[in-house]
Design a protein around this ligand. Structure first.
Ligand code: UFG
Length: 320
């Protein structure tokens, strides 16, 4: 199969490309390098520098005998999406509609989409399964939920089949060290812990220690990017054999608290994480964990890289 990976130079995209190549797929990476990095490109994959906002360029990339598209290009900072919704409307909505239209025009019938647990909003029950009502608390989550609706319509009207992968908290780096591009300006917990421990920042904040959880800090479902990557490959193989679209959670079904991440990082690295307890961050639910049963049933997928130790050490290796 020949796969066009939109956003293939990014943090998750580069891990996906590595997995596809390891599974003998032909890969074309299309990325504007706005947040992705040249360092994340693989020699074995063709690279086109381009934006999903550039319809003619996107269309010409799709005319390279592409069998399926993986769409990871997009903006992903939850806080920024609330301050600058225009940026998210443009990239995550207009850009994504361009992708669907270019697929319709070039006759490509399969897409794997990078969605998020942010579509659910505050959990009404746990673990979250795919039937949980969608009530995004951020504009970012809204854009992901909207794209899922667009894909349902393009499935009905244009026969484009999709697998939408709702990632929980993506963490970790390739264990073989073949992906070296660090995220610029990270907004998520683990890279912030790494920056604090390696002296790149003086201190970090733990947002709230008065939640109704075992140690008072928030609990999340941290999933290793190599596990996410594996799910993309399996989703493509699924779409190759099945004419039915799917929406799937990708998580470990295990919750880890903020303090557990910090303590385990200290134990594994032998260093002290400089942190202070800060007020709660608005919009943070106490606990978010996934049911990943559907992904197991449909794809035979299961997280195998997501042990806490591996998550931390694979990240630390890069930040050291
Ligand atoms: N946290 C801190 N200090 C920090 C950063 C984060 O204490 O400096 C805490 C947060 O309050 C939260 C936990 O660490 O309790 C995880 O926070 P992240 O910002 O890393 O991740 P979120 O759970 O808020 O959101 C992430 C992604 C979203 C995705 C969501 C799905 O950023 O894109 O997971 O559950 F939608």
């Amino acid at each position: 199969m020949k796969i066009l990976v939109l956003g293939g130079a990014g943090y998750i995209g580069s891990h996906v490309v590595k997995d596809l190549l390891a599974n003998h797929m032909e890969v074309v990476v299309y990325d504007d390098l706005s947040t992705g990095s040249q360092q994340n490109l693989f020699e074995k994959a063709e690279f086109i520098k381009g934006s999903i906002l550039d319809y003619p360029a996107l269309l010409s990339a799709m005319k390279k005998n592409i069998d399926a598209v993986i769409l990871l290009a997009g903006k992903k900072a939850v806080g920024e999406s609330m301050e600058n919704p225009e940026k998210y409307a443009l990239n995550n909505l207009s850009g994504n509609i361009n992708v669907l239209n270019a697929m319709a025009e070039s006759g490509i019938k399969k897409i794997v989409f990078s969605s998020s647990a942010a579509v659910y909003g505050t959990p009404q029950y746990l673990p979250l399964d795919e039937n949980h009502p969608l009530n995004p608390m951020s504009f970012y989550g809204f854009t992901k939920a909207e794209m899922e609706k667009y894909m349902q319509w393009y499935d009905k009207l244009k026969g484009i089949k999709f697998v939408s992968l709702r990632y929980f908290n993506a963490v970790g780096y390739d264990e073989e060290g073949s992906i070296r591009g660090l995220e610029q300006n990270p907004q998520n917990l683990l890279p912030i812990v790494m920056e604090a421990i390696s002296g790149k920042r003086n201190s970090m904040s733990v947002f709230g220690n008065d939640y109704d959880t075992r140690d008072g800090t928030c609990i999340r479902d941290y999933i290793h990017v190599s596990d996410l990557a594996d799910a993309h490959t399996k989703a493509l193989l699924y779409l190759d054999k099945n004419e039915q679209s799917l929406v799937l959670n990708l998580g470990t079904e295990t919750g880890i608290s903020v303090l557990e991440i910090i303590k385990e990082t200290e134990r594994l690295t032998g260093k002290t994480v400089p942190y202070k307890i800060a007020p709660r961050r608005p919009g943070d639910p106490a606990i978010v964990t996934a049911s990943a049963k559907k992904a197991f049933d449909a794809l035979g997928w299961k997280a195998t890289h997501s042990g806490l130790e591996n998550i931390i050490l694979s990240t630390w290796r890069l930040y050291q």
